[in-house]
Design a protein around this ligand. Structure first.
Ligand code: F1P
Length: 347
């Protein structure tokens, strides 16, 4: 239900953001800072890794996503000697202790303001933040994050564009429609793919904003289905990692225009190793389509930069069906906690 609810949740979030537009535009514009740091853990980190590309591209500011544990343990590595850092902390629950401890530490070390992106307004992260964007539409019963990922990512993209002058405002309403259409068209396809029990490992490849998407896809497969999964920056995969390919492997490539001319060679190598390829992207060329086993093409109605917002639902569905078919509960996987805390944590 939470995967299927994404179009509705996105529309509700957009309506609220539109209502706060003028107010939000005045608070902590990204370009006034020396750098923007995004932080979080798990899915929240992965969405930060996607959003860093959107912020850097739209706002012309140095921006990086760093795991909260890294910031907690090595804060000096990530704070510039001069100028202020704007910290964007992402946490669905607002309770993950690494994230809370990291933002407290950054404040103590002289970082600038803190904006929280979360789904719950009564939690510790909101109390620490200078500004909180609370996406209650993303609240979930499931331990594993699905619609919250999409809604929070859409929210950060919206804010990045707003601070850059709002040139992409017309993009946002297209996104829920693209997800809705794809859920209808591709849901059954993902179920059939998941059903293939000859597959035992999944490899996700993406570059730029699509690397965070690849990592989140890997995390979904691991969390929900406990299948073996890896994520790599697309061309990095050729540097040794490809040795693990075999005929029981599905490689999912999130293609982007920038790397398109290199994908034929990579795809041929993957095929030579006996693995299968699922290619996802817009305007996919015929010569590439002839090499891969399967593809899902999106019409390019939404700019490539924002593609990860409407692509992740496919991999959420794949992971969901893998879990169901293996007799696992995708909402409440064994070994996984809704909130990860540190021992002796007083966050
Ligand atoms: C982050 C997170 C989730 C993960 C697990 C543990 O939570 O790492 O991504 O699925 O449930 O927590 P949050 O800080 O976004 O609430």
């Amino acid at each position: 239900q939470e995967i299927q609810d994404q179009p509705r949740a996105c529309r509700a979030a957009l309506q609220r953001l539109d209502g706060q537009r003028e107010q939000l535009a005045r608070r902590y514009p990204f370009h006034r800072y020396e750098q923007v740091l995004l932080t979080g853990c798990g899915s929240s980190l992965n969405l930060g890794m996607i959003a860093q590309h959107m912020i850097a591209k739209l706002n012309g500011v140095s921006c990086r996503a760093v795991p909260a544990s890294e910031l907690l343990l090595y804060p000096r590595t990530y704070l510039p000697g001069r100028g202020k850092t704007l910290v964007l902390a992402i946490s669905r629950t607002g309770e993950t202790s690494e994230t809370l401890l990291a933002v407290r530490k950054l404040k103590r070390q002289g970082a600038g303001e803190l904006i929280a992106f979360t789904c719950y307004d009564d939690k510790a992260l909101v109390r620490l933040a200078d500004l909180s964007l609370v996406f209650s539409e993303g609240e979930e019963h499931s331990v594993v994050m699905t619609k919250a990922f999409t809604v929070l990512l859409l929210g950060i993209a919206y804010l990045a564009d707003l601070h850059a002058g709002g040139a992409n405002a017309s993009q946002w309403t297209k996104i829920p429609a693209v997800i809705e259409e794809s859920l209808r068209q591709n849901g059954e396809r993902m179920r059939r793919l998941a059903q293939d029990d000859s597959l035992t490992q999944f490899i996700f490849l993406g570059t730029g904003p699509r690397y965070g998407l690849a990592r989140e896809s890997m995390l979904k497969i691991q969390e929900m289905a406990a299948d073996r999964a890896e994520a790599h920056q697309t061309l990095e995969f050729r540097h040794g990692h490809k040795a693990i390919l075999n005929h029981k492997t599905l490689v999912v490539i999130f293609s982007s225009k920038a790397e398109r001319s290199y994908l034929n060679r990579l795809s041929q190598e993957i095929k030579q190793a006996g693995a299968r390829i699922l290619l996802l992207g817009s305007s996919l060329p015929d010569d590439l389509l002839s090499v891969v086993d399967d593809s899902v093409t999106f019409g390019g109605r939404v700019k490539e930069l924002f593609g990860p917002i409407y692509l992740i639902h496919l991999m959420q569905l794949l992971a969901f069906w893998r879990a169901i078919l293996a007799g696992r509960n995708p909402d409440q996987p064994e070994l996984i906690n809704r909130v990860v805390t540190l021992p002796g944590d007083h966050a």
